[in-house]
Design a protein around this ligand. Structure first.
Ligand code: FEO
Length: 394
């Protein structure tokens, strides 16, 4: 890519990772991703905000070839996809100071080997002048590491938000052009890494709301020149309101659990409840995470493998526990051959989810008319709980 101007004296230096399909060896990236650094030139100084993933360091350094001097490099977030190339940038610009939050100082030295002498910690709310442009640093912790902060440039009404509001999209678009596509990618990103910190993100939204900005420039995905769209989305995702929806991850080995799940899906649909079902044998866990953002209820469907739940269910239950979605209700359904501790073991996997268990239906062998009747009762209990809960929009 080439450097592109978003405001006079402000360039986005994007590096696009078209072929990346997994982040943290965990998170699927169906559309690749991008890492945006920003070059800000004021009348009396220049700063580079963030860098890029080490895999694309050549692309970043090439775009900086014409830049002879930097006064500052800013690390909003010490994770390697934004700060991993900072040591190379600091070597190229020995005069530059690295600005970061107090908690980032330790992470940048221990994770990336940055010399402490190169670092200058900035306080929450502190400003640094570049002449006719000001960098104002705002601590926004836990989006999604403890050290995260954003930079506000009041003269240009631009907010540089790093991961906050980002979307994993490999694109040549400078600004958002396809809102539906960016919404999906940003929601996936929120679900996978931000959702556990919903409460603090709400406070961060209030905090940045004190800055009048026209542009949000994140470090993943396109720039928002209509920031109301992504702000509204975030406010919705972090709000306590849930939707009349069930997320139903399941797996089946010989068809009994699948027959139960399919019956339950129909029963819930008859009750007016929307179901997002995921066959864990083939699903994209990012889709599962997205569905967890809004749902009021989680129902797990599992066969029994050596007395416990299927390993794929272990994984999905553990993931849901880590992501701490706002759901309030849960149930477990499934089958077993001769004995099972699946319910107890799944319950032990989700201590972070403060849910009311609306029922369990565990059947020995192939489901019978009695099994299906119990599933109908469960569907009715889910619909009733949703209707009686003021926080569920029905
Ligand atoms: Fe995009 Fe948390 O790094």
């Amino acid at each position: 890519m080439h450097a592109r101007e978003i405001r006079k004296g402000i360039q986005v230096i994007a590096t696009v990772h078209w072929e990346r399909r997994l982040f943290d060896s965990l998170i699927p990236l169906p559309d690749g991703t991008s890492y945006n650094a920003y070059l800000i030139r004021g009348s009396e100084g220049a700063a580079l905000l963030d860098s890029t993933d080490p895999a694309l360091h050549d692309d970043l350094m090439k775009q900086l070839e014409a830049v002879e001097h930097l006064d500052y490099v800013v690390s909003h977030h010490a994770e390697q996809d934004h700060s991993g190339t900072i040591p190379e940038v600091l070597a190229r610009y020995p005069e530059a100071k690295l600005l970061c939050s107090k908690k980032a100082e330790d992470l940048l030295t221990t994770h990336l080997g940055v010399a402490a002498s190169r670092i200058r910690v900035v306080e929450d709310g502190e400003s640094i002048s570049l002449g006719d442009k000001t960098l104002r640093f705002i601590y926004t912790p836990w989006v999604h590491w403890p050290e995260t902060m954003v930079t506000y440039v009041p003269e240009d009404r631009c907010l540089f938000s790093c991961d906050f509001f980002g979307s994993h999209l490999a694109t040549t678009d400078l600004y958002v052009t396809d809102k539906a596509r960016v919404y999906e990618a940003a929601k996936r990103y929120y679900a996978e890494i931000m959702m556990p910190f919903r409460t603090v993100i709400q406070r961060n939204l209030d905090k940045i709301g004190e800055c009048p900005f026209d542009v949000i420039a994140p470090s993943h995905g396109p720039v928002y020149d209509d920031p109301g769209f992504i702000l509204d989305a975030y406010r919705d995702w972090v709000s306590p309101t849930m939707k009349n929806e069930v997320v139903l991850p399941y797996v089946s080995m010989h068809g009994s659990t699948e027959r139960m799940v399919k019956h339950l899906i129909n029963a819930l649909a008859r009750q007016g409840v929307t179901v997002h079902a995921f066959d864990l044998a083939v699903t994209d866990i990012g889709k599962l995470a997205i569905a967890l953002v809004d749902a009021a209820t989680l129902i797990v469907g599992t066969p029994t493998v050596h007395v416990g739940p299927h390993p794929a269910v272990y994984y999905a239950a553990h993931l849901a526990n880590l992501l701490r979605p706002k759901l309030k209700y849960a149930a477990i359904v499934g089958s077993y051959g001769w004995s099972s501790k699946a319910i107890e073991q799944i319950a032990g996997l989700i201590p972070n989810l403060k849910v009311n268990v609306l029922g369990t239906v565990l059947h020995k062998g192939a489901p019978t008319a009695e099994t299906y009747a119990k599933l109908d009762d469960l569907a009715a209990a889910v619909a009733k709980a949703h209707h009686e809960d003021d926080q569920v929009a029905t």
